[in-house]
Design a protein around this ligand. Structure first.
Ligand SMILES: CCCCCCC[C@H](O)CC(=O)SCCNC(=O)CCNC(=O)[C@H](O)C(C)(C)COP(=O)([O-])OP(=O)([O-])OC[C@H]1O[C@@H](n2cnc3c(N)ncnc32)[C@H](O)[C@@H]1OP(=O)([O-])[O-]
Ligand SMILES: NC(=O)c1ccc[n+]([C@@H]2O[C@H](COP(=O)([O-])OP(=O)(O)OC[C@H]3O[C@@H](n4cnc5c(N)ncnc54)[C@H](O)[C@@H]3O)[C@@H](O)[C@H]2O)c1
Length: 313
């Protein structure tokens, strides 16, 4: 039986999830495309929920749209079995709520929430949010999906700091269950509550964290990746054995080298170099030489066909 408190909490979270109906995702690459895909799958079929995918590159938008369309058709086939008519309706209803745009400022005019997933560059993110702050309605919440930058710095030029936070999704977004919700000192409790409710409506399990380097997961994951590299550089164990040990010894789905290749060695190097610069006395943030070497040779992992391992492109 529901207690009165449970009923009250449930209604509060349902109201807040409903408050966010129009979402604009800016940057529609790997992560932004994944956020839009998850939104389309979880929420677009509900009346009044809409998502706009934005990118500077038209080609990225058409690819993301095609990927979402293909995956919705696969989902509909599973969901509706032999009723082709219902499956087609589900797909077309959902996709009718997904639009694309190359105009960031125009795309936020009706947004309740903006999720930024553009390139990991502080200057470009700051510039984008300054423009959006002038264009978006008063109530719109802004969130960044940054992996490693300070949310406070990203929000530097924005007036609505009480409606600013981090929403950190994990790759691949449709599969990974976690969403980190990050607050800066100015973020209001109402903003946090709305972000938590929206995350839940997106099917994610949310955790909360302050605005510290790497939040929860990356603050633990990046030093772990670095230690794995140093272990290999010292000759203590082979790449394959370290991966096997961590998969079978801890139940991780990928070993540290497989995961580095999956995420991209340039991404990992970028994060460690940034933190090494900001925290020069932290030994866990030292840049492993083998990582620097591979990136300088263009070996970036799965996406370039070679990293710690070789892949068929
Ligand atoms: C180095 C780190 C440095 C820091 C970098 C920071 C980056 C960032 O800030 C944080 C992160 O994201 S950290 C990174 C965090 N990420 C991790 O740690 C990832 C660790 N790895 C894993 O969890 C698993 O290996 C995968 C889920 C990737 C693949 O799973 P698997 O079992 O080996 O292979 P499977 O059988 O093929 O797929 C199973 C199901 O998943 C589905 N699917 C797959 N890819 C998909 C996609 N792109 N889209 C949609 N769906 C996708 C697939 O269709 C299937 O569904 P079905 O309905 O059953 O048919
Ligand atoms: N790749 C990951 O595993 C991962 C995981 C969690 C968070 N993140 C973070 O998510 C963000 C995006 O990463 P990604 O891997 O999706 O990158 P990506 O390169 O796949 O996509 C970024 C997209 O942003 C677009 N873009 C660049 N500047 C833009 C602008 N001013 N306006 C609109 N679009 C613009 C690019 O054309 C590109 O399509 C980064 O901040 C990254 O740190 C990445």
């Amino acid at each position: 039986m529901f207690s009165r408190i449970a009923v009250r909490n449930f209604s509060k979270s349902a109201i807040m999830a409903n408050a966010i109906k129009n979402v604009t995702v800016i940057g529609s690459g790997l992560m932004g495309g994944g956020v839009a895909q998850t939104f389309t799958f979880r929420l677009a079929a509900q009346t009044g929920h809409n998502v706009v995918m934005v990118d500077v590159d038209d080609g990225v938008l058409s690819k993301a749209h095609e990927r979402i369309s293909t995956s919705m058709k696969r989902v509909a086939k599973k969901k509706f079995g032999d009723s082709q008519e219902e499956a087609n309706k589900f797909v077309s209803d959902s996709l009718s709520r997904l639009t694309t745009s190359t105009d960031s400022t125009a795309s936020v005019k009706n947004a309740d929430l903006v999720v930024e997933a553009i390139v990991e560059n502080i200057d470009i993110k700051q510039k984008l949010f300054k423009q959006l702050d002038e264009a978006a309605p008063e109530h719109t919440i802004f969130a960044s999906n940054t992996s490693s930058l300070s949310i406070q710095k990203i929000a530097q030029n924005v007036k609505r700091k009480d409606r600013f936070g981090g929403l950190h999704f994990f790759n691949p977004v449709p599969v990974m269950k976690l969403l980190e919700v990050i607050r800066i000192p100015e973020t209001s409790q109402a903003t946090i509550d709305s972000m938590l409710a929206w995350g839940k409506a997106m099917g994610k399990v949310t955790v909360q964290c302050k605005d510290t380097p790497g939040f929860i997961v990356n603050r633990l994951l990046v030093p772990y990746q670095g230690e794995a590299l140093r272990m290999y550089e010292r000759g203590d164990a082979s790449i394959k054995d370290i991966d096997t040990a961590m998969k079978l010894g801890t139940g991780y789905p990928m070993g540290p080298f497989e995961l580095s290749d999956y995420v991209g060695l340039d991404t990992l190097l970028f994060i460690i170099e940034g933190w090494a610069k900001d925290y020069p006395d932290e030994p866990l943030f030292k840049v492993p030489e083998s990582l620097r070497k591979l990136v300088s040779e263009g070996k970036l992992g799965v996406k370039s066909g070679e990293g710690f391992y070789k892949y068929n492109k």
